[in-house]
Design a protein around this ligand. Structure first.
Ligand code: YNC
Ligand code: MG
Length: 429
């Protein structure tokens, strides 16, 4: 029934098999040097995201045609800054920013697919992959089998650069799911969430009462933010990279960040040069990253981050935009052995003894509460998270409510011997 996907190297995790490629082809000579054919009214373009007009063309295509929720009231509204941040990490390939334009007239951009390089560890194997995202076909060109052409073309371009595996996520169910996560939502601006239909009014409960129930506790002696909690700076790059590497080694699927990638992922996208009252302009800021610096040792012991991804509220004149923050990567050394910095081990156990588990839970709650305060003070309406990493520790304590959305995780051309427990922290949708 999947005319396209049944021809592709994707498979469900299979107990008892070995992890490895489904199609082991690595002969670069075999890959076509020319793009796939397109209907003659269209042409392939490498989108130049350093060109403001081309970046704007991608932004507009996505803003009008990208992912919507089930009843089509919310549609992702990525900013140009977000798109540039997500698609231009260190080592990015311009040829992986694949566009389709109408060949004549105004040469309108009608489809896009993007990939970026990413090193991942999956079940203790390190893979050079691409992360594929922003697959979008203009609404007027749907159901014409253009999506498979885009996917095959980006595959060809990855293969030509020696990349044979890819990760991707999506709300829809396709062959080869390796993990499924559920969205949870922490209400911040309750009246607006109710107004836009994002939250349902509670029977017998006024909006004021609902808002009060969703209050974010102030920083107080009983709910203190960790001492040394502050915004991440350039000088923290090495410390954050080391902490993330150790903490993320505990999971079955995780990216490996170089220092350059940490710098790009967590310190860029801050609206450089555009300040209001000495603070970066929130509208232009993509990512917020905070650390805990131990006051005595000056070492980075904790890290937490989120990104901004607003949605258009379709047809709502009062509230045209819903400002959503999304939990991104976090890490705490409370989940690591005390000697993790000097240890010769680089892979740490996921499972923790009971005492340690409760210390991790306590710390994550303090970190999440602190970041919720940041997101509230910067004007977000809702804070979203997924059931992955160690969100089980804070989802209910921090009053996240289950959403209807699911996010499925996939690896292209890689068979797993077991299902992954929670996905990678970077669907970016
Ligand atoms: C999807 N999201 O099943 P079968 S997520 C993959 N991802 O094929 P047509 C998808 N495949 O079932 P339309 C897909 N959605 O017959 C549909 N498909 O085998 C499959 N929406 O093609 C579908 N963005 O062109 C079917 O469908 C075939 O015109 C049908 O276009 C689809 O970015 C789409 O949700 C999604 O813009 C482009 O509906 C369009 O409907 C659209 O007739 C709104 O296509 C936006 C939206 C998807 C967001 C994302 C991740 C994409 C991953 C793609 C797979 C990458 C594989 C790895 C490649 C690199 C390998 C290396 C190395
Ligand atoms: Mg189509």
């Amino acid at each position: 029934q999947h005319k396209f996907w049944s021809t592709q190297p994707v498979a469900l995790p299979q107990e008892g098999s070995q992890d490895g490629p489904i199609d082991p082809t690595v002969d670069v000579e075999k890959f076509s040097k020319v793009p796939l054919p397109l209907p003659k009214e269209y042409e392939w373009v490498d989108v130049d995201l350093d060109n403001a007009q081309e970046l704007e063309d991608v932004r507009e295509l996505l803003c009008l045609n990208y992912v919507e929720d089930d009843d089509a009231t919310l549609r992702f509204n990525y900013s140009a800054e977000f798109i540039a941040w997500a698609l231009k990490p260190p080592g990015y390939q311009k040829s992986w920013h694949v566009g389709v334009r109408v060949a004549s007239g105004k040469r309108k951009l009608v489809a896009f697919i993007g990939a970026v390089p990413m090193t991942i560890d999956v079940n203790k194997r390190t893979l050079n992959t691409s992360e594929v995202n922003f697959l979008c076909v203009h609404k007027k060109l749907r159901s014409k089998r253009l999506a498979p052409v885009l996917i095959k073309e980006v595959t060809r371009r990855c293969n030509l650069k020696g990349v044979y595996q890819a990760t991707y996520t999506g709300g829809n169910v396709l062959p080869g799911i390796i993990s499924t996560c559920q969205y949870f939502h922490r209400p911040i601006n309750v009246p607006k969430l109710v107004d836009t239909g994002f939250s349902q009014p509670q029977p017998g409960m006024s909006i004021e009462k609902m808002a009060k129930a969703s209050d974010i506790p102030a920083n107080s002696p009983t709910r203190p933010q960790p001492e040394g909690f502050r915004e991440m700076e350039e000088k923290d790059v090495a410390g954050v990279t080391a902490l993330l590497k150790a903490y993320l080694s505990r999971f079955e699927l995780a990216p490996i960040f170089s220092q350059e990638e940490v710098r790009h992922t967590f310190l860029s996208g801050r609206g450089e040069g555009e300040y209001i009252d000495g603070k970066p302009m929130r509208e232009k800021q993509v990512v917020w990253a905070y650390v805990v610096e131990d006051p005595q040792t000056k070492l980075i012991t904790d890290f937490i981050s989120f990104y901004s991804l607003p949605s258009t509220v379709v047809g709502n004149d009062k509230h045209p935009i819903l400002d959503a923050a999304y939990m991104f990567y976090y890490a705490t050394e409370k989940a690591l052995p005390d000697d993790w910095r000097s240890s010769s081990t680089t892979v740490f156990p996921r499972k923790l003894e009971v005492a340690k588990r409760s210390r991790v839970g306590e710390r994550l709650n303090r970190l999440v509460e602190a970041i919720l305060r940041v997101s509230k003070s910067t004007g977000f309406d809702v804070f979203n998270t997924l059931t992955l990493m160690e969100s089980n520790h804070f989802i209910s304590d921090q009053k996240f409510k289950p959403g209807s959305g699911l996010l499925n995780y996939y690896i292209f051309n890689w068979k797993l011997s077991k299902q992954i427990n929670g996905g990678i922290g970077s669907g970016r949708d």
